[in-house]
Design a binder for this molecule. Structure first.
Ligand SMILES: NC(=O)c1ccc[n+]([C@@H]2O[C@H](COP(=O)([O-])OP(=O)(O)OC[C@H]3O[C@@H](n4cnc5c(N)ncnc54)[C@H](OP(=O)(O)O)[C@@H]3O)[C@@H](O)[C@H]2O)c1
Length: 263
């Protein structure tokens, strides 16, 4: 897909990978819609883009499903029909299973899975009717490999992979593409905004995240994935090898993961 004048809607665009995607897709000629809860940060992201006039700020809490259809309707008439949806908003977890309340498990599932499903269902009928479009979901290496203190997070990232794998098969004949993105460690707010077992925020940045790749690299991999119609995109450092170990040497990987320190 060529991105010139395409309408690209990015969730979780107030920081990290989403903000970097806003800059990258705008620079590639797209009309970009950026969503998240923190409007002032969205405005700052807009100003950082090469052509701010091509960027529309649309503050929203993605878990507010009731607004999704109306938002799609109004954005489609004000900016144009959505050509690409990048489901990127998400939250991580820093707590063991037994220390995580069910409420927190549900919250992570609401944001990382049901909000993604709901927004996708809201844009999909118009894409199918127009016989074209592309939907991206940002999963994770944790969508293949579950590590300690990430039970709910890994569950959501596996869930979106399964959902979008099925969806790809359903919508291919309608000209709609699906890309599942599995980043490794990326330098963003993901660990500081991660949920503790009681619903609090971790507030600190993991060493792995601090040493991760810059968000701009992840954004460029996503952009390439969309333009080339890739089914899956793996982007990160050497931790990406875990995806292949899971496929070919699962017991070896299980031993490695068991010995990894809890972070
Ligand atoms: N960084 C990594 O190492 C890594 C690795 C694998 C996968 N990922 C995935 O990459 C995606 C982006 O994360 P990131 O690393 O860029 O982290 P981040 O900097 O913490 O960004 C998360 C984004 O999600 C938004 N968000 C959170 N809750 C929201 C809600 N209820 N409604 C709307 N937006 C919401 C946040 O904005 P507001 O707070 O303003 O709403 C923020 O813009 C996530 O799905 C994450 O799981 C990240």
């Amino acid at each position: 897909m060529k991105l010139e004048d395409k309408v690209v809607w990015i969730t979780g665009a107030s920081s990290g990978i989403g903000a970097a995607c806003a800059e990258a897709f705008c620079a590639a000629g797209a009309k970009v819609i950026i969503s998240a809860r923190r409007e002032e940060l969205l405005q700052a992201v807009r100003e950082r883009c090469s052509v701010p006039e091509r960027v529309t700020v649309c503050p929203m809490d993605v878990t507010d499903h009731a607004r999704h259809d109306a938002l799609v309707e109004s954005l489609s008439s004000s900016v144009g029909p959505i050509d690409v949806l990048i489901n990127n908003a998400g939250v991580s977890q820093r707590a063991r299973a037994e220390d995580t309340t069910l409420e927190v498990d549900r919250h992570i599932m609401e944001l990382n899975y049901f909000a993604v499903v709901s927004l996708t269902k809201a844009v999909l009928p118009r894409m199918v009717a127009r016989k074209g479009g592309h939907i991206v979901v940002v999963s994770s290496v944790a969508g293949y490999v579950g590590t300690k203190r990430r039970t709910a997070y890994a569950a959501t990232k596996h869930a979106v992979r399964g959902y979008f794998d099925s969806l790809r098969a359903e919508v291919a004949a309608h000209g709609v593409g699906v890309t599942i993105v599995c980043p490794g460690y990326v330098q963003t707010e993901i660990s500081s905004s991660a949920m503790l077992g009681d619903g609090g925020q971790s507030g600190s940045t993991d060493a792995n995240i601090a040493r991760g790749i810059p968000a701009s690299r992840a954004a460029h991999a996503i952009l390439k994935g969309v333009t080339r119609g890739k089914h899956e995109v793996y982007v990160g450092g050497k931790e990406i090898v875990a995806i292949y170990l899971k496929r070919f040497f699962p017991r070896l990987l299980a031993r490695i993961v068991r010995k990894m320190p809890e972070v």
